[in-house]
Ligand binder design. Structure first.
Ligand code: CP
Length: 324
């Protein structure tokens, strides 16, 4: 593994599988009444959020705390950023406080890459502009593998506002590395320039793609990033690209529905589909904690198994350097 996790493209197949397998081990701990491990005791993780977040911010905090790291949560709102302090000065301030890892979400694509040139600790990209969200792609792959038992050869349709989606870009890269076949489905106005160079198929026809898909990942329509009219109306978008009950009926019986959240219920996905047993949306949130535990553990120096089991007492979880 490299020192930072900035792009899903930084991960080799072996790196990605190591993260997923480590997360699988850690998921077993999360099912126990005592969820905490001493693995990152004495380490400091800073969560640096310049953009709003619910799932990613909370799950990185939970992940670091479950590994016993000290956690500093920094939100740009209410900080000296509002007085004009730069990203670099903010980063150097946190560095001076001894951050071993900095988890950053920023509206500017490339901000985590810049940050990595200024700090000594590991940088984890928690979403940068329309660029990438690698830990979301990892938790999505983990969720697919848990539900369907494999990733190799899986047919994954990623549907909707690809243009503004860092989730789509990271998923295309990671799923390609892991052997899945991705098809992006969107109106032409919501596809990025040069999408034909991405390692995936592209379609404008959702009804044609659905029966062939094992996984349908619906993307949020990111109205807050739109500075032009990308489709005639919300109703028209929903009619062509929304996943409602009728379209859900076109999927084969084992296919699953995913959404990274937050959702626009009634626009890209109907409430009935989002809440169906074949939707993995809440599982994705839960899996986010264990996958982010695995990422922090591996970046912050885990060279031995994250957990082991004492032969004398199977209820005791042993880790490198201690017992819980
Ligand atoms: N999926 C995701 O990144 O959600 P948040 O914006 O709530 O973190």
């Amino acid at each position: 593994m490299k020192r930072h996790l900035i792009s899903a493209g930084d991960l080799s197949r072996d790196d990605a599988l190591l993260i997923l397998d480590t997360a699988e081990e850690l998921a077993r701990v999360s099912e126990r009444s005592i969820k905490k491990l001493p693995t990152l005791r004495g380490r400091t993780v800073v969560n640096l959020f310049f953009e709003d977040s619910t799932r990613t911010r909370i799950s990185f905090e939970a992940a670091a705390k479950r590994l016993s790291a000290d956690v500093i949560n920094f939100s740009a709102k209410g900080s000296s950023v509002s007085k004009g302090e730069s990203l670099k000065d903010t980063a150097l301030t946190l560095e001076a406080m001894g951050a071993d890892a900095v988890v950053i979400r920023h509206a500017a694509s490339g901000a985590p890459h810049r940050l990595a040139t200024w700090v000594r600790g590991s940088v984890v990209n928690a979403g940068d502009g329309t660029h990438e969200h690698p830990t979301q792609a990892l938790l999505d792959a983990f969720s697919m593998r848990r539900r369907l038992g494999r990733l190799e050869g899986l047919k994954v349709a990623i549907v909707g506002d690809v243009l503004h989606s860092r989730v789509a870009r990271s998923n295309v890269l990671l799923l390609g590395t892991l052997g899945a076949e991705v098809t992006l489905v969107a109106p032409p106005t919501l596809l990025p320039v040069a999408v034909e160079t991405w390692p995936c198929q592209v379609s404008y026809d959702l009804d044609a793609v659905l029966p062939k898909s094992d996984v349908v990942m619906m993307l949020r329509v990111q109205l807050e990033r739109m500075n032009a009219a990308y489709f005639p109306s919300a109703r028209e978008y929903s009619r062509r690209y929304g996943l409602d009950r009728a379209r859900f009926g076109r999927l084969h019986d084992d296919a699953i529905v995913m959404h990274p959240g937050p959702m626009n219920r009634g626009m890209e996905i109907s409430a009935e589909v989002a809440d169906s047993p074949r939707s993995t949306i809440t599982e994705q949130v839960a899996n986010g904690v264990t996958v982010r535990m695995a990422v922090l553990y591996l970046l912050l120096g885990g060279s031995e198994p994250a957990i082991g089991t004492s032969a004398a007492d199977p209820a005791v979880q042993t880790v490198p350097g201690g017992e819980l």
